[in-house]
Write a protein that binds this ligand. Structure first.
Ligand code: NAD
Length: 247
């Protein structure tokens, strides 16, 4: 098992990619703290499945915009497991609109969850890894942070920001044995993409050389790799899991 004895905190673990990452890390032996927000019941379901399968897991409510809630997660993780080895910044939202129609609220809401949220968890939980002199931070960016996307000025800017955060944290934390990498998924079949109009889905799929959407599990396997000893010499990187979309 690649993550035996490690402890992983996963934001937005109630569904989609976060859920798949939590289950995949647990199946490789990690103790998991699965975080949900308003939909914490989903995270509780993930934790239940892990425990029923013989693993160790805890579910908690944490809005990534709220530093106090993240501090509480760190305290609970340390109480229960004694260390935190892996942080997956997965929580994310979209509020799509063309730039001329996009409201300031739509801009700010997406920035707050997607970018400030990852900053706060990196600051608070990353600090614990810094003290431990070991750790893995994996940020879920997006291919639209690399290539842009009409209707997603807020989302693509937040995901490009995640890449800047990843590279800066990678440089700041490298001397302490903490690696920081990003995954940029392409078109992955989750509730987030299910909501897209059919025409947008068809247009997106036409950009994917492999000709199909990815699955949350295909993203999760890369997160497991980045968290494992196999990725010990990789930091500050952005790995596209996109069926060839960005090449
Ligand atoms: P999803 O909508 O299925 O899940 C999003 C998760 O984020 C949920 O668990 C939700 O509870 C959580 N969340 C939302 N707001 C939160 C907040 N304020 N505090 C804490 N948690 C919050 O989406 P998904 O498709 O699984 O996406 C997961 C991540 O992957 C996101 O960062 C998304 O931007 C990114 N991504 C997804 C795709 C895709 O095609 N699905 C592509 C590229 C990147």
């Amino acid at each position: 098992m690649k993550l035996a004895g490690r402890v992983a905190i996963i934001t937005g673990a109630s569904k989609g990619i976060g859920r798949a990452v939590a289950l995949a890390m647990a199946s490789e032996g990690a103790g998991v703290i699965a975080l949900g927000n308003t939909d914490v019941a989903g995270a509780e379901d993930v934790a239940r499945r892990i425990v029923e399968g013989g693993g160790q897991a805890l579910a908690m409510k944490a809005d990534v915009r709220n530093a106090d809630e993240i501090q509480a997660v760190l305290r609970a993780a340390l109480e229960r497991f004694g260390s935190v080895d892996i942080l997956v910044n997965n929580a994310g939202i979209t509020r799509d609109n063309f730039i001329f129609r996009m409201t300031e609220d739509e801009w700010l809401e997406v920035m707050d969850v997607n970018l400030k949220g990852a900053f706060l968890t990196t600051k608070i939980i990353g600090h614990q890894m810094f003290r431990q002199r070991a750790g893995r931070i994996i940020n879920i960016s997006s291919v639209v942070g690399l290539r842009g996307n009409p209707g997603q000025a807020n989302y693509s800017s937040s995901k490009a920001g995640i890449i800047g955060l990843t590279k800066t944290a990678a440089r700041e934390f490298a001397g302490r044995g903490v690696t920081v990498n990003a995954i940029a998924p392409g078109f992955i079949a989750t509730q987030m993409t299910e909501r897209l109009p059919e025409a947008s889905k068809t247009a997106l799929l036409s950009l994917v050389p492999l000709g199909r959407p990815g699955t949350p599990e295909e993203v999760a396997r890369v997160a497991v790799f980045l968290a494992s000893d196999d990725a010990s010499y990789i930091t500050g990187q952005v790995i596209c899991v996109d069926g060839g979309m960005t090449m």
